[in-house]
Design a protein around this ligand. Sequence first.
Ligand SMILES: Cc1ncc(COP(=O)(O)O)c(C=O)c1O
Length: 305
Amino acid sequence: YHGMSLAMVSASGHTFRRAPYEPLMAGFIDLNAPNCYRCPYEKTFPECRLLCARELERVVKFEDPDTIACLITENTNTGLGIVPPPPGYMETIRDICTRYDILLIADEIITGIAKSGAWFESDRRGIVPDMLCIGKSISAGVGALALTHIREHVGRALAESSNVHHGFTYGGLSYLAAGGLAGLEYVEAHDLLARARQMEEMTLRRLRPLTEQSPVVGDVRATGTLQAIELVRDRATRELFEQPREVAALISKAGRKHGVLLNCQFTDYGNIITMYLPLTTTDAELSMIYDAIEDAVTMVEKTYT
Ligand SMILES: Cc1ncc(COP(=O)(O)O)c(C=O)c1O
């Protein structure tokens, strides 16, 4: 998911968002996103030798590299249900983009600013994109502040090109920029990068054992404070629920009993409880959330197995 403008709907992969706007802008080519729990190539990591990343090179060669301007991707795929890339994936696609002179655009609208446990998730995955987009967390989600980092060679090309004109009524608002800077200082002063990594460890330690203990917990994943619990009708076959909306309602009801609003992403794909936790979430709040999730899992187990 990269947004709802016509160009970004065209660049995004969600069928349910694309379908109402067809026909979309021409010129976008989709690749399968990595998803080790539900590999589109039915392979297993690491024996797959990152087929999903290598596929990029095949497509680039097939299309002719001179016809491709850029690759737009998240690191952890939030739209798919918080799916972190397998180790080496981002480095491999970075290398392919460099070799074929294709700009790599990292969409860090969700993962940017500490959420992943690094300032940017691209840092954590060891890559330097050519362009990096940040939104949401730069203003803690409360102001319309977003920004794009560009590497020097991109900036130079833009400056030298006389036909790039860009401006918005609500662009460059200084009070929001001041708010964003204050937020960065807060993150630094409270070491929230470390806190995000700690929240990742706490969640995996507490909830990952459910993938062995519960017949309905298929996968537990986390990138910093972005976390997901993927529920399945049958852990062995990874089968989806026939009535995902009913399951989502049950999960929501269980959460409310604990005072927690649990978000089920993609009811049509199954049920993935996704969490986009604030960096300021306390240990007590995390405990409350874990209790709610465990209770929700038990309810799903009792009702559907
Ligand atoms: C990963 C990601 N990219 C891009 C966007 C689009 O941002 P905007 O809605 O500001 O266009 C979003 C918005 O939700 C997003 O989650």
